[in-house]
Design a protein around this ligand. Structure first.
Ligand SMILES: Cc1cc2nc3c(=O)[nH]c(=O)nc-3n(C[C@H](O)[C@H](O)[C@H](O)COP(=O)(O)OP(=O)(O)OC[C@H]3O[C@@H](n4cnc5c(N)ncnc54)[C@H](O)[C@@H]3O)c2cc1C
Length: 463
């Protein structure tokens, strides 16, 4: 079937205004934020407004054997939403209504194109928030669900999968499946919600998401603790936990990355020069509480604990400095990109392995005569590294070694950004064959013709 015939079928099913093709395709629909996108030319971009539209698109895709690549806001870092040749890009940004905020059950029900920022705005004044806050707030809930997005607050609040209670999805045969709901527990059959979370658009298209809300704690403060090196940060962490402290954010930033992000955001932390000179790594701690008094108590206890557990010194950031530093950390990706980073990786290892893993990373980088910088969600073992290696063969060899070292320590290739297309080859090379075989059979059960986001994500395609 020609692209024109396919477009005609889609136009008839969901309306001319919902389908773009050829020169009318917006170039922004063709990429995400990954640094090595190798995207194909789609047959068209379809923008459903309702679940019925998605069913119609999937039925046409299935009848015409056309691959379908789901797209949220295109902020992904792993090339999971970029088109393959001849596919239908199913862009969810016109399915962006908040369907219900149900405070009696502490849940929100949203269409997949709703962004984190939109949901947060809608919850202002309710006393509740959706606590998962990955660094890019224009990301969509559908994209967050499909990548199992995390972010800095995961150390206390968990990742997306900890908050998704239910989904509505359109399966590859066009049928509509509802999983879970406004319930907080279930022992009724396989947990299909959790199987779909993190599946990167390879198993089904998400058309509705029910998320659990948490109390919004209005009082917060940010501390920066300077440490001689990352070992110091890593040693402090278990002690902070055993002291009973529950920070909302525990983020490590190496000295180079700290200088780059504060410099680029114009933030002056007022840390004395001799402390800066002695510091190889910083731990950024955000505390939140329901009252100013309780926050004051937490602040004192945390500052004392940081001092007792090895920080050179600890600084409480005043006024807007704390939120600005967190925002600068969220934008660290763009600073790395502007400085020529070739890859951003987000390997996750057991918490206690962060320091030894990073020491090994240093040795690997040295052996490859290359350059890495880093920051990361150290509270949950998620190491973010910017890699600067232009030669494709050397890059692949370096990345494989970094991933393999993480896997040997009991980790995973990606803690939150997903496998996408950027890490798929490495995932297939390095993963346990038993796991890959089972993933292939799961993919076959959901999508026997291999049409949903083929050649992306974890799991081998059946075809
Ligand atoms: C500056 C910056 C900071 C970031 N910080 C973080 C961070 O701290 N933590 C983190 O986890 N991520 C972070 N990210 C990555 C990104 O924001 C997340 O991966 C996010 O979940 C992607 O959402 P999206 O809507 O942009 O999805 P997209 O990039 O459009 O798509 C991502 C995946 O979801 C699939 N998908 C999208 N919608 C649907 C749907 N309705 N049904 C089925 N599949 C669908 C796509 O096919 C693709 O596989 C950051 C990105 C940037 C640019």
């Amino acid at each position: 079937m020609s692209d024109d015939e396919l477009v005609a079928l889609l136009v008839e099913a969901i309306g001319a205004e919902a389908v773009t093709s050829g020169e009318h395709v917006n170039p922004d629909d063709l990429h995400d934020e990954s640094l090595h996108p190798s995207f194909g030319t789609p047959a068209c971009v379809a923008r459903p407004k309702t679940t019925a539209d998605v069913v119609a698109i999937v039925e046409i895709g299935r009848r015409t054997a056309t691959p379908m690549v789901a797209r949220g806001s295109g902020t992904g870092l792993s090339g999971a939403a970029i088109p393959t040749d001849g596919c239908i890009v199913v862009a969810f940004d016109h399915m962006a209504s908040i369907l219900e905020i149900d405070l009696a059950n502490q849940v929100a029900v949203v269409q997949p194109g709703v962004t984190l920022a939109q949901l947060d705005d809608a919850l202002l004044g309710t006393g509740y928030r959706y606590p998962v806050q990955p660094g890019e707030h224009s990301g969509s809930l559908g994209g967050n669900v499909s990548t199992n997005a995390g972010g800095m607050r995961a150390v206390r609040d968990g990742v997306t999968r900890s908050h998704v209670l239910g989904l509505e999805v359109v399966l590859a045969d066009g049928s509509v499946l509802r999983t879970g709901g406004k319930i907080v527990k279930s022992s009724s059959g396989y947990d299909l919600t959790q199987l779909l979370v993190g599946s990167e658009g390879t198993l089904a298209l998400v058309t509705e998401v029910t998320v659990k809300l948490s109390a919004r704690l209005d009082h917060s403060t940010t501390l920066v603790a300077a440490f001689a090196d990352l070992d110091g940060v890593a040693d402090a962490l278990p002690n902070l936990v055993s002291d009973g402290l529950t920070p909302a954010v525990l983020e490590y930033i190496d000295a180079l990355t700290m200088a780059a992000i504060t410099g680029s955001a114009g933030i002056e932390l007022s840390i004395p020069a001799e402390v800066v000179a002695a510091s190889g790594a910083y731990l950024v701690v955000v505390l939140e509480d329901s009252s100013a008094d309780r926050l004051e108590g937490d602040l004192e206890a945390t500052a004392l604990a940081l001092e007792a557990h090895g920080s050179i010194d600890t600084y409480v950031l005043s006024g807007s400095q704390g939120p600005r530093l967190i925002e600068a950390r969220e934008r660290a990706f763009y600073v790395a990109k502007a400085n020529g980073a070739t890859d951003i990786v987000d390997i996750v290892v057991p918490r206690a392995e962060v320091a030894p893993y990073l020491a090994e990373v240093g040795r690997i980088a040295q052996a490859h005569e290359t350059f890495l910088t880093g920051c990361g969600h150290v509270g949950d073992g998620n190491v973010h590294m910017s890699i600067f290696e232009g030669d494709p063969e050397r890059r692949t060899a370096l990345l494989d070694e970094l991933f393999a070292a993480g896997l040997r320590r009991g980790g995973q290739i990606s803690g939150e950004h997903g496998i996408g297309s950027a890490k798929r080859d490495a995932y297939l090379r390095l993963s346990d064959p038993v796991r890959l075989d089972l993933e292939a059979r799961i993919k076959e059960a959901f999508d026997p013709d291999g049409l949903l986001n083929p050649t992306r994500g974890g799991g081998r395609s059946p075809k």
